[in-house]
Design a protein around this ligand. Structure first.
Ligand code: BG6
Length: 491
């Protein structure tokens, strides 16, 4: 699939039109990100932010909402009263009942001509089709428009295809920005530099020099007030289908010919299409679902998932998942990729661990046997890259011990790191698509995930409980132990 370059003039003013303007995502992420972009003069001149919501609010009432619900999420050190005031001056509010086509005319009345209209759909994906149809009917979509689609994009392959098809009726592919905020993280973008800016790893970045890859996104938070959404979704759809698979793509892809959106996305797509489809037997053996039970995080007691508000009594949603995946291509034949994510785990930690092949033969009798070097890429909360290697322990004799070559990226670069949403919103306004998912990529990710969802149903699989504050069910450790391997924190 290629993405025709789209014709929006690069320096047009922007009308940022946010559907779901009174929602949680807007308050906690989008508006603080837009404020930071404003503070650092990264919004195009004459930008306007038009929030769309169901409530019958005036502009002043919406501004009040921003003050109360959004300002607390702005980094205190970045709050400059004058910049905050000029930021609030950018806002407008329009009440729209999403289903009521005539309501969109109110937006058409105040939307400016000759601007780039960015429609940010921070709503449930069930509404995307209606919103796009009604925007088009009101004459609001033109060549200069862009649409941003929040995840989750559908709940399976068919629903994702249906959304893509209906949005695609009104917007060309180059006007569609499917957001995965992990692609906006500094450290995730830095992964590309680690791989393609350092020739040293090139020849080693494949089987048999790499023995296995671990990708972990561990969170300490629980589902909080989101159980209504989460219980229908689960960790596989919420995190693996998008964030973890995107990380896997960057680790596993071939070098793209350039950083052009299609060059990068073509390579990611090949990885997704090479993922070995899992049979029901694979799913029973190579996946682990978990659900947290009461425990403690950082010394504080926390509830179990079943005790969270709005969780149905018969819930089977997984809050943890671990998968042993394989990529069927020359580079990665027989290299297991262990993916793992969960809520209420021991610590917040996103990391990629590359385990290199064991020593073929040791001439030094003392020291670890079967030792392989390990590259640990910490994405959050710390940003660091460590290469574990053996060194001689000082003293007489030849005794070897593992030590780290340690690159602390926070220390190396003291510059401010923009939050993922800030970078991605700026990318949308500047028309840069590289860090957004293309239609075929999204669908390929669903095509791999869907059989796992079906397999769990067929197996009548119930999530195993794990105590909040641990690293998930014991079966997750067993998944690795079976191959004489261990998750990084257990090694
Ligand atoms: C979101 C998920 O996409 O990512 C949340 O819906 C999850 O459930 C969040 O908590 C994690 O993002 P981050 O940036 O905190 O790692």
């Amino acid at each position: 699939m290629t993405t025709q370059t789209h014709s929006a003039a690069p320096d047009l003013p922007v009308d940022m039109i946010i559907f779901g303007g009174g929602g949680d995502l807007s308050a906690r992420k989008l508006l603080p990100a837009l404020y930071m972009a404003h503070l650092h003069c990264n919004l195009p001149p004459k930008t306007r932010i038009i929030a769309i919501g169901r409530r019958d609010w005036s502009r002043e009432q919406y501004v009040q909402f921003v003050e109360e619900q959004s300002k607390p999420f702005v980094d205190k050190k970045a709050l400059d009263p004058q910049s905050w005031d000029t930021f609030l001056a950018l806002f407008d509010y329009v009440r729209i009942n999403i289903d009521a086509a005539s309501d969109y005319l109110r937006l058409a009345e105040i939307a400016r001509k000759d601007v780039c209209r960015v429609f940010y759909l921070a709503t449930s994906p069930d509404l995307f089709t209606t919103i796009c149809d009604n925007l088009a009917a009101a004459g609001l979509v033109d060549n200069n428009s862009r649409v941003v689609l929040e995840k989750p994009l559908g709940h399976d392959l068919a629903s994702a295809q249906a959304i893509n098809a209906s949005v695609g009726r009104h917007f060309a592919e180059a006007q569609i920005y499917r957001i995965d905020h992990y692609l906006g993280k500094e450290t995730v973008q830095n992964l590309m530099v680690l791989r393609f800016g350092n020739a040293i790893f090139g020849p080693l970045w494949q089987a048999p020099y790499i023995k296995s890859v671990q990708i972990t996104v561990a969170e300490t938070v629980g589902v909080g007030s989101r159980a209504g959404f989460y219980d229908q979704t689960g960790a596989l759809r919420d995190m693996v289908q998008n964030h973890l698979l995107q990380l896997l793509c960057i680790v596993a892809m071939e070098p793209p010919v350039s950083l052009d959106p299609d060059a990068v996305r073509d390579e990611k797509l090949k990885v997704l299409r090479s993922l070995r489809k899992m049979t029901v037997a694979d799913i029973a053996r190579d996946t682990v679902r978990g659900q947290y039970s009461p425990g403690a995080i950082g010394g504080e007691p926390v509830k179990g998932y079943m005790e969270e508000d709005n969780v149905p009594a018969e819930s089977r949603a997984e809050t943890f998942v671990a998968i042993r995946a394989h990529i069927n291509n020359w580079r990665w034949a027989n290299v297991p990729f262990f993916l793992r994510t969960g809520k209420r785990l021991q610590k917040k930690q996103s990391e990629i661990v590359i385990d290199f092949a064991d020593l073929p033969f040791s001439i030094i009798p003392s020291g670890p046997r079967n030792y392989g070097n390990r590259l640990v890429i910490q994405l959050q909360p710390e940003e660091s890259i460590q290469l574990q290697m053996l060194a001689k322990e000082p003293g007489s004799g030849m005794h070897m011990l593992p030590v780290n070559l340690n690159l602390d990226l926070q220390q190396a670069f003291s510059e401010r790191r923009a939050e993922a949403y800030e970078r991605l919103l700026i990318d949308v306004m500047r028309g840069r698509l590289t860090h957004f998912m293309r239609r075929d990529e999204l669908e390929a990710a669903w095509a791999w995930v869907e059989p796992i969802l079906d397999g769990w149903k067929e197996l009548n699989d119930r999530p195993r409980t794990y105590t909040a504050g641990t690293f998930g069910p014991a079966a997750s450790s067993a998944l690795m132990a079976r191959e004489n391997m261990a998750w990084a924190e257990e090694a």
